[in-house]
Design a protein around this ligand. Structure first.
Ligand SMILES: [Zn+2]
Length: 358
């Protein structure tokens, strides 16, 4: 028999350092730290899938998508291998409806900082340090039950409209997970943006993929993230396709339909970094994967127009006030290159020698 347990975060990290108390109820707002878990039958073991929704607090769609999946699993109780656990990401920022409280929670996952955090406990003046320790506790706990490595899906949304896509570190084991999802994949973002949570977890040997569902508050964004979760459960061989509510094919076709004509996998090689004093404003009308020509005007700031550094595809144009990434630029891989890398189980390319190189 299946079981879903809803619980409220303990608000206490492993070393017993008291954190701010967490509240939250089953389906209310703010959400609890642990949104729920599902395991079919008793005992441990099997693959472990951790879903993180709302690592950015102004992106609640991932929390809603995870709750939908958990609710349907609880109701139908299908047979499933292993265990699914879903947690909220930046819990306090989700409660406040802000991207973050004191600093971006997806930017400071470095081994040095995390070992310092575990040693000294969180700085009470930095809300995100408390969040990091609580997320690490959830990861440690699931790993104890399911073993290493875990699969981790980190759900995000964007300020601009656009098709869903996944982002990941460039490795064969990550490509295996994204191959179940008929949406474009971006590699290389982890080399352009230091300190992302998944890059840290990937370096620890876990399989980690982020999924961008679309624009923050659109209802279809939640549908897409939900579809991606079901497809990932099937791709991870935890659930069989006939147990996907609403139909595995139908959900796959929905995602494939909105991604029609987009590349399978692209390589992010440039980040336009923004600091708040520069007055960055993206020109209207850009969306992720849109082709742009070298020299084409994309945005402006106090210093003048900002142009595409080379011909390629623009990614994640910034249409909100918060955030340090104005836009990214990417190039496509050929199908032959992807085929060869899969055959040899190798990364698609060498790591960048430096940051922000074309
Ligand atoms: Zn995000």
């Amino acid at each position: 028999m299946g079981s879903v347990k809803q619980e409220v975060g303990s608000g206490r990290d492993e070393d017993g350092v008291p954190a701010r108390p967490l509240t939250g109820d089953d389906d209310g707002w703010p959400p609890a730290r642990v949104l729920g878990r599902y395991r079919h039958g008793e005992g441990g073991g099997g693959p472990g899938l951790l879903v993180v929704g709302g690592l950015h607090g102004n992106e609640p769609a991932g929390v809603h998508a995870a709750r939908r999946v958990l609710a349907q699993l609880a109701e139908r109780r299908p047979p499933m291998r292993g265990e699914l656990v879903a947690i909220s990401g930046n819990w306090r920022a989700l409660a406040a409806g802000r991207r973050f409280i004191d600093r971006d929670l997806n930017r400071a996952w470095t081994p040095a900082l995390l070992s310092a955090l575990r040693r000294r406990g969180p700085d009470p003046a930095v809300s995100e340090e408390v969040e990091q320790l609580e997320i690490l506790s959830a990861i440690d706990e699931l790993e104890q039950r399911c073993g290493h490595p875990l699969r981790i899906l980190d759900l995000h949304t964007t300020s601009a409209p656009g098709a869903p896509f996944s982002g990941m570190g460039d490795s064969y084991r990550n490509r295996q997970l994204t191959s179940a999802l008929p949406i474009p994949t971006i590699i290389g973002l982890d080399e352009l943006v230091a300190g992302a949570m998944l890059a840290y977890l990937h370096d620890l040997g876990h399989v980690g993929v982020s999924i961008e569902g679309g624009q923050h508050d659109r209802p279809e964004t939640v549908d897409r993230l939900e579809a991606a979760l079901w497809l990932a459960l099937v791709g991870a061989e935890m659930l069989t396709p006939e147990h996907v509510p609403g139909g595995h094919e139908r959900r796959r076709d929905m995602l494939a339909g909105v991604c029609q004509g987009l590349p399978r996998i692209v390589d992010a090689r440039y980040r336009h970094r923004v600091n708040p004093t520069q007055g960055f404003v993206m020109d209207p009308g850009f969306s992720s994967f849109q082709r742009v020509r070298r020299g084409q005007r994309l945005a402006e700031d106090k210093r003048g127009p900002i142009r595409a550094p080379w011909t390629g595809r623009v990614l994640m144009p910034l249409y909100q006030r918060e955030g340090n990434d104005g836009f990214f630029m990417a190039r496509e891989f050929s199908r032959a290159r992807l085929w060869l890398a899969n055959l040899l189980r190798l990364p698609l390319r060498r790591p960048l020698p430096g940051r922000e190189l074309p």
